[in-house]
Design a protein around this ligand. Structure first.
Ligand code: 1GP
Length: 238
């Protein structure tokens, strides 16, 4: 077991909550990374996730190299496709889009990525990715051409998360999609957290400290903040 996953498991056991800032290489100006990194370093973030639904070739690697100069936080790829795999990061969430029924994002991209991963030192973390309706059609929904699970159907979210655990995923990522206007309902987070015994990541549409806290209280082990930090790099100061 790799050090990143060990740390997440230990945090779960100790009830130490984790926080990832998600950086989308396509939305960042590489010249601002030093300044942005210092804000990340002084924030409560424990991890940096790097990725997006659509990212220009090479942009992920360039961003990771730059981040590595200015922060010692673990950098974990959160890739929308195989093009975003780079050996410069520390780990990769090897995501299967379990809420969808598109083989491309269940296994095809994974087969394409396998020879790259075989040659890399990345810590590979098998992750069941579950998209829940976020109030708007999110980029992941468009790009993956899959339907999210309706907010009210928390049973389906629970069964999907359990299926992920039973097929060997090490993490479940419960996601409303970047820029969602509605984050995953707290009752759904609770139901999923109670059902599984692997760590739970929750993200999408979380834009306030109260919402972060509510997700933790409901059982999230790690919360992901993307848009809120992207819109205001002083988000964590407030
Ligand atoms: C997206 O969960 C992340 O995959 C973050 O979402 O950009 O809405 O914070 P936001």
């Amino acid at each position: 077991m790799g050090t990143i996953y060990q740390h997440i498991l230990k945090a779960k056991t100790n009830n130490d909550k984790l926080l990832a800032i998600l950086l989308d290489p396509d939305k960042l100006n590489i010249e601002n990374i030093e300044q942005l990194s210092s804000k990340i370093n002084s924030s409560p973030a424990t991890h940096i996730f790097v990725g997006g639904s659509i990212v220009a070739n090479g942009a992920t690697e360039q961003l990771v190299i730059e981040l590595k100069k200015h922060t010692s936080l673990p950098i974990i790829l959160f890739p929308g496709n195989t093009n975003q795999v780079t050996n410069k990061a520390d780990g990769i969430l090897f995501l299967s889009l379990l809420s969808g029924r598109n083989p491309e994002y269940l296994i095809e991209q994974h087969v394409k990525a396998a020879p790259l991963l075989q040659k890399s030192d990345l810590e590979i973390i098998p992750t069941g990715y579950i998209l829940i309706e976020g109030g708007v059609e999110t980029a992941v929904q468009k790009v993956s051409n899959t339907l999210p699970i309706p907010q009210k159907n928390s049973d389906l979210a629970v069964h999907t998360a359990l299926a992920g655990q039973y097929t060997g995923k090490q993490l479940i990522y419960l996601e409303a999609g970047s820029g969602a206007t509605e984050s995953v309902e707290i009752e759904t987070v609770k139901a999923v957290a109670n059902a599984i015994n692997i760590p739970l990541i929750v993200g999408g549409g979380i834009r306030s400290k109260n919402k972060i806290e509510a997700a933790y209280q409901a059982g999230a082990d790690l919360v992901v903040i993307g848009t809120a930090f992207e819109n205001d790099s002083d988000f964590f100061k407030k």
